[in-house]
Design a protein. Sequence first.
Length: 85
Amino acid sequence: MANRGPPSISDLQNQIRALSADVSQTEAIALKVQRAVEIIRAALGINTGGVSPSAPPSTMPPSAAPPSAAPPSSAPPFSNVTEAV
């Protein structure tokens, strides 16, 4: 292939437009993947360290609370421990 010299301004502008479209498409895919990961983590109950836009902590149902936040059982504390005599 023969070297035709430096590219024209029009060629460079076309390449920039094509690259810009590629970047926009890649960003859109990255956002979709990020959202999918958030949904999967929420479904698995993994704390992401941030607030999920679909379910902020203040609106989570009681069943979604961590075990440490569960109300105490009716059994007295240490009822399953035998006392040493």
